[in-house]
Ligand binder design. Sequence first.
Ligand code: F3S
Length: 279
Amino acid sequence: MIVKIAKEAGFCFGVKRAMKMAWDELEVNSDEIYALGPLIHNKQAVSKYEEKGLVTVEKVENVPQNKKIVIRSHGVTEKVYKDVKERDLHIIDTTCPFVKKIHKIVKREHDKGREIIVIGDRKHPEVIGINGWCENTATIIKTLEDLKNTSFDKSKKYCVVAQTTINLDLYREIKNQLSNELNHVIFNNTICSATKVRQESAKELSQEVDCMIVIGGTHSSNTQKLVQICSEFVNTFAIETKEDLDVNLLKTYNTVGITAGASTPDWIIEDVVNFAKKI
Ligand code: F3S
């Protein structure tokens, strides 16, 4: 069986960087290190880090004083930084630089008196974090329907930013409508290309193989999106680990393509690749 791997699969730059920073700290510390929220939405990866001494907590108050706290790649509110300082914690800030850039824009423009609009999902940790840089005053728009139901003050100045993982077409559509509606508005396209690049690689590979394997969490929306894209071209198997593979079924294919969602670590991808190569 020929096994091909998508050019871009698994962790994006920001998550890879964050996971490495956390791992490096665990390697040099014998003491426990605390993560504010799950480091990543991948059971296997979280267990590996927990075995090494990572403890996941929900609030800064749950971390004993003077300990180390990891801020994950999604970023956090300005208040979290203040709380961390007040508790004398040592911060390991793995916030993705692209998200950090959004925090800076939001804080700067809010301080100048502009109203902030975030195009994104209000429940997503990244958006919660962004909103915290303008004292939680942002108007958050996830859909065109939301936009229709939101009223704006035309005499005010606005600044628009986007959650890094939202769809570019949606951003463009909302941007068009807001440009017509508002008199003073600046737009910042802060969408990160990592998701799109991963999807395009999956699409490309799906057209060269007899079947596709998509590795990722069953609840991960970006993994499900990859499954959907690949299924348009070939039979596609969604798995979390190599144990989920149906070997007999796989044997009926000559060429298999492999891709993985944004929360799938390299070692799980390698595991599946090595396993498939032996079939
Ligand atoms: Fe990843 Fe950072 Fe983009 S976390 S998706 S590289 S914004």
